[in-house]
Design a protein around this ligand. Structure first.
Ligand code: NAD
Length: 461
């Protein structure tokens, strides 16, 4: 069985490579044409996409629209607007050594690429890298996550109706299928998911010297200074945490660090914002996603059942396994060696860590693996500067959470444990392109000193 799968995966890649080598994906017109078809798909199939996201995650329509559907559409539009400029060879300087000459950097497609995506934003996390791969002129296979089966099968159904299937394919499946795909020779692999599987992906890629983009996660911290506009800060933290797929987002705040003296005010502000957004009983709110499946439900309740945090819950904590519901939950001063302070939470639980003074937050963050995102709420410009210069993170945002994801002029990606490489906007085009340096010379400008025999006279030159 495993061998049959590998054969099937091998012939898929062979077919795509053959078609890629025919050259049609290279043209500007083909790439833009595919973008137009993708926009058409998003517009015509919007209600099916919303339904799939609701089936997989109980996502509210507005969240699905803003955070997935319109983001993917905007990415296509940006490619249409900018691609000519991105594809244009970039002039490079030349020096005396190569005189006379001219030089340029040419972006060429890497070839046949594999996109393996995750379940938490199953639409945009699948389509955005595919958009990047196509914009750079590649053939691409998308392997959506089996943990969001409705969106995965929707992709398998609708993508072939809109895009050029000679070079763009969807493969559904789980570990077996992904393993078979990973055994093939790709020109780039773009993986979104956890860092354990990332190591499997990178090991498989190493066999063929295939470059990878690894979009991973981690514990994204939020520092809250005591001088902030508390009402605004609480709203922005709440929407970035619980309004982002109920915390099941790679850049959702994982833990908040704040001065001890300010913590009670912050907890109160978060509690009242949660009640304002989701009501007294959030299980009745239509605006909170559910936990994706019972495995993740158990993983999260395990974090709460750790005896080290049994007396640390200051808000929430309710759960309902049948409906995969866990209430927005806040823990205060969970010990550093508790599970919840060691693992990425990826759900509706949030810890508040207290420090003597706000500057001490930097040590807390730097004692852990480099996060995908780091946030700071403050009015103090000096603290802002210190934060940017002393914390290493995939990306940063001052006085808000998660919004940097939606700014395509910024690269989106991790550092260290939170990932390798980046994408979004032009960075997606670059991620799937090889930058080829080309030096142009003519037959003039001969310098005899360059050629043997190296006579004493030439050596004096
Ligand atoms: P997941 O379970 O959907 O897995 C991701 C992909 O890996 C899936 O397509 C799956 O089929 C594949 N996979 C799983 N096991 C495999 C194996 N043994 N061999 C080969 N492939 C395998 O998603 P997940 O890992 O639960 O996603 C959550 C993690 O992803 C979190 O850590 C989160 O922070 C991170 N994440 C990062 C980003 C980002 O953009 N940086 C976005 C979303 C999620």
């Amino acid at each position: 069985m495993a061998e049959g799968r590998v054969d099937w995966a091998a012939s898929l890649v062979e077919e795509l490579r053959k078609n890629f080598l025919k050259g049609k994906t290279r043209s500007y017109e083909w790439r833009v044409g595919q973008m137009r078809r993708l926009i058409q798909m998003i517009e015509e199939r919007e209600s099916e996409i919303m339904q799939a996201l609701s089936d997989d995650l109980c996502k509210s329509q507005i969240e699905s629209f803003i955070q997935e559907i319109s983001m993917a559409k905007e990415s296509c539009k940006l490619v249409i607007k900018e691609l000519k400029r991105w594809m244009k060879p970039e002039k490079a300087k030349t020096g005396l050594t190569t005189f006379p000459s001219s030089a340029e950097i040419v972006s060429e497609p890497v070839g046949v690429v594999l996109v393996i995506s995750a379940w938490n934003y199953p639409f945009v996390l699948s389509l955005d890298p595919v958009i990047g791969a196509i914009s750079a002129g590649n053939a691409v296979v998308l392997k959506p996550s089996e943990i969001s089966p409705a969106t995965s099968s929707l992709f398998a159904k609708i993508l072939p109706e809109y895009v050029d299937t000679s070079v763009v394919r969807v493969v559904e499946g789980s570990v077996g299928e992904t393993t078979a795909l990973l055994e093939q020779q790709w020109d780039k692999i773009h993986y979104t998911g956890n860092s354990k599987v990332a190591r499997i992906v990178m090991t498989a890629a190493a066999k063929h010297l295939t470059p990878v983009v690894l979009e991973l996660g981690g514990k994204s911290p939020v520092i809250v200074d005591s001088n902030v506009n508390l009402e605004v800060a609480a709203k922005r933290i709440t929407v970035g945490k619980w309004g982002s797929n109920n915390g099941q987002a790679c850049i959702a705040p994982d833990y908040v660090i704040t001065p001890k003296s300010f913590a009670p005010k912050l907890v109160d502000a978060l509690k009242s914002t949660l009640e304002e957004f989701y009501g007294k009983d959030p299980s009745e709110s239509k605006d909170l996603s559910r936990i994706v499946n019972s495995n993740h439900f158990k993983r999260l309740t395990n974090l709460l059942d750790d005896e080290k945090v049994s007396d640390k819950i200051v808000y929430g904590g309710q759960r309902d396994e049948k409906h995969l519901y866990i209430a927005p939950t806040i823990l205060l001063d969970a010990p550093e060696d508790s599970l919840i302070m060691k693992e990425e939470i990826f759900g509706p639980l949030m810890c508040i860590v207290t420090v003597d003074k706000v500057e001490d937050s930097f040590d807390v963050i730097n004692s852990k693996a480099k996060p995908l995102a780091a946030y700071l709420f403050t009015k103090d410009k000096k603290l802002e500067k210190m934060f940017v210069s002393s914390i290493s993170a995939g990306g940063m945002l001052i006085n808000d959470t998660t919004l940097h994801f939606a700014n395509p002029t910024l690269p989106f990606g991790g550092v260290g444990e939170s990932g390798i490489g980046s994408y979004h906007g032009k960075f997606s085009f670059d991620a799937f392109s090889h930058k080829k340096g080309v030096l142009y010379r003519t037959f003039g400008g001969e310098a005899s000193a360059r050629y043997p025999p190296f006579t004493p006279r030439k050596q004096r030159v």
